[in-house]
Write a protein of this length. Structure first.
Length: 249
């Protein structure tokens, strides 16, 4: 074991210190704090990298050509020195296996990669998922994320809610207060459908700003892309513990 003075440092970069990189879309609508693409959603530096997708609906459909674009973005983040990669958009899950195979660091393309872990924690209770589009919760996504028991998922869809559609289509200014109310309304429908839901996953990166309101309304544990980034950071940049030790006299 070498001491600090004998250790050789790796070649430097112009900017360093990013433990986690976040893959995101090139959104043009306002991003409030709490959004997975907002820098102030985190209390540590995060490296953001856009995936060059012109049509977000092509991503929701899982079109094949997007996989290569996502891998290219992962490579750019690796060159920036990140030690873990997290996808902000839930639909990046279509490409989980190919992205993980192509990368030298852990890759969590979507918060949906946490679902098998969360289902184990809930025993036999169902898990709620609030997503942008119900069509993006499908067999291909389940296969990519290792979700073996999708029947335990209770799906709530934001498409069709006026403020969510307005945000995606950018045809008028978004009313954040109303979007929060409509997101809580979708969460309430989940509980109406399955009162024994044990937790809720926010599949869409635009919904975490309203997570606190959802939790107050439902009383349930909540998981999203921001909580996933925090979890990935703790593994990639493990904290050094220090402090007083009690000595037996």
């Amino acid at each position: 074991m070498t001491n600090n003075s004998e250790q050789k440092l790796a070649p430097g970069r112009a900017i360093e210190g990013y433990a986690v990189g976040v893959l995101h879309l090139g959104s043009t609508y306002p991003l409030p704090p709490g959004n997975a693409q907002h820098a102030q959603s985190y209390d540590f530096p995060v490296a953001f990298e856009a995936v060059a997708i012109d049509d977000p609906f092509a991503l929701m459909r899982g079109e094949d050509h997007i996989g290569e674009l996502l891998i290219e973005a992962c490579c750019r983040l690796e060159r920036r020195g990140v030690r873990a990669i997290v996808g902000a958009c839930g639909s990046f899950a279509y490409y989980q296996r190919m992205a993980a195979d192509a990368s030298r660091v852990p890759v969590y393309t979507s918060v949906l990669t946490q679902i098998p872990f969360l289902l184990q924690a809930l025993g036999s209770r169902p898990l709620g998922v609030i997503c942008a589009s119900a069509s993006s919760m499908n067999e291909r996504i389940y296969d990519q994320c290792g979700i073996d028991d999708p029947d335990r998922l209770v799906i709530g869809e934001m498409r069709g809610m006026s403020e969510f559609d307005a945000m995606l289509e950018g045809d008028r200014p978004m009313d954040e207060r109303l979007l929060c109310e409509q997101t809580c309304e979708v969460a309430g429908r989940l509980l109406d459908t399955a009162p024994d839901v044990g937790g809720i996953v926010l599949q869409c990166s635009d919904l975490p700003p309203y997570g606190c309101a959802i939790q107050l309304a439902t009383g349930l544990p909540l998981y999203d892309a921001v909580t996933l980034v925090n979890w990935a950071r703790n593994g990639a940049d493990y904290p050094a513990y220090d402090g007083m030790r009690r000595v037996m006299r």
